[in-house]
Write a protein that binds this ligand. Structure first.
Ligand code: CUA
Length: 415
């Protein structure tokens, strides 16, 4: 009431301005909104390729904005200058109809050509720059193969070979060295996908039977959000991924950990660390969110925390989960290198699943609750996914809450 009576002398636009100002003040803490620096912002970028693309965007914006100012200005001037001042002027049809002014018309053609040339120069420069790693940096470039599948991304590291197994494979989280150009060969296994990390580079299609590539570089260590940017079926909108850029030593350590076979937790001695009661939630609303505030705040710290074994892990529960992974035939699709024979690269490699921050192609945070949710209801999290359609349904896989808890503990132990 009091606020209303205070504001009532203000005109409508004054109250609107006040409301806008108050909103700005109240959301002042959310700087990202005002800086337009969201996770997938192309306006605040973190690498030379995205910066060069942003440069083209700004040049185009300024040129078109200038055209808008000139055309709008001339229109406003003409509207004012030649307005009808009297009633008779309003009725009158100009006696003489002109065809136009040749000089102005030629001038406009010249100005348009100039505007296009101004846009074309940085555009062509950016096209050449972003096409491939600059020659001077070629020797320093790191190479990764990325494949789009319905609906996840497989990353292959040809430089990191595992004896008797082939190149190192990960999924949905691309770890790269920061400050170094990374050349990414883009392939698709089924339909067309598109590879896009807005803050680093974007966006290039992944096309079956065609070799595309892009290169990018992260200025500094960081955690970046990626997204499939080409409609590719039911779960296209939730086909996401992450890029984690690390300093040289940390990257090296990560590669060494990934090259190692799956971490095996020794079966519990009788009586030691008994399996806790199943605390995982197994019922979920459709489309329920799975992200936590904490993770959003410092994702790189969250990523680092994921590299270490869980503090409260239960060897007994893990052993139970490992047996279930076999008896429920999970291993026939998923590779857990060094523990189980079987599996194929057509499905995510789970050898080090616990070390990843996300699940289900970047959709859920990789924690006990969300992992249990994913295992219990993959069809609800990602409609149409193969784990459900080709695994659970035809094989009649039924999981109890206890099964889900054990499988969750086992998968989390795979650091
Ligand atoms: Cu893959 Cu859209």
């Amino acid at each position: 009431m009091r606020l209303n009576s205070l504001l009532s002398p203000l005109p409508g636009w004054g109250r609107a301005a006040l409301a806008l100002g108050a909103t700005a003040l109240l959301t002042g803490c959310d700087l990202n909104f005002w800086r337009m620096d969201g996770h997938q912002s192309t306006l605040v970028v973190d690498g030379p390729v995205a910066r060069s693309q942003l440069g083209v965007f700004y040049v185009t914006c300024w040129v078109t904005f200038s055209i808008f100012l000139v055309v709008g200005g001339v229109l406003a001037y003409a509207t004012w200058k030649f307005r009808a001042r009297t009633a008779s002027e309003e009725q009158a049809v100009p006696a003489e109809q002109g065809h136009g002014n040749p000089l102005i018309e030629l001038g406009l053609i010249g100005a348009s050509v100039l505007a296009l040339v101004i846009i074309a120069i940085p555009t062509l420069r950016a096209i050449w720059y972003t096409a491939d790693v600059p020659v001077a940096d070629k020797a320093n470039a790191y190479e990764v193969n990325a494949t789009g599948l319905q609906w996840w991304f497989r990353f292959e590291y040809p430089a990191e070979q595992i004896p008797g197994s082939g190149p190192l494979l990960t999924s949905n989280e691309l770890v790269i060295p920061a400050g170094r150009p990374v050349r990414i060969n883009l392939r698709a296994a089924d339909v067309i996908h598109s590879f896009w990390i807005p803050k680093l580079a974007g966006k290039v299609d992944m096309i079956p039977n065609r070799g595309n590539s892009l290169w990018l570089q992260a200025d500094a260590p960081g955690y970046f959000w990626g997204q499939c940017a080409e409609y590719c079926g039911d779960s296209h909108a939730v086909m996401r991924f992450r890029v984690i850029a690390l300093g040289p030593r940390e990257f090296n350590d990560w590669v060494n950990r990934q090259l190692a076979p799956a971490r095996t937790v020794a079966p519990a001695d009788a009586g030691a660390s008994p399996a806790p009661a199943a605390v995982v939630r197994t019922t979920w609303q459709r489309n329920e969110k799975g992200w936590t505030e904490q993770f959003e705040r410092d994702p790189l710290a969250a990523w680092r925390a994921h590299q270490r074994p869980e503090q409260a892990e239960s060897p007994a529960l893990i052993a139970q989960g490992r047996a279930l992974f076999q008896s429920k035939t999970c291993f026939t699709c998923h590779v857990v290198r060094g523990q189980m024979a079987g599996g194929s690269s057509a499905y995510p490699d789970l050898t080090h699943l616990g070390s990843r921050t996300t699940l289900a192609a970047g959709l859920l945070e990789n924690n006990t609750e969300q992992l249990a949710r994913w295992i219990a209801h993959p069809d609800q999290v990602k409609p149409g996914n193969k784990m459900y359609a080709l695994g659970y349904l035809p094989n009649n896989i039924r999981l109890t809450a206890g099964d889900v808890a054990a499988l969750t503990a086992y998968l989390q132990s795979l650091k």
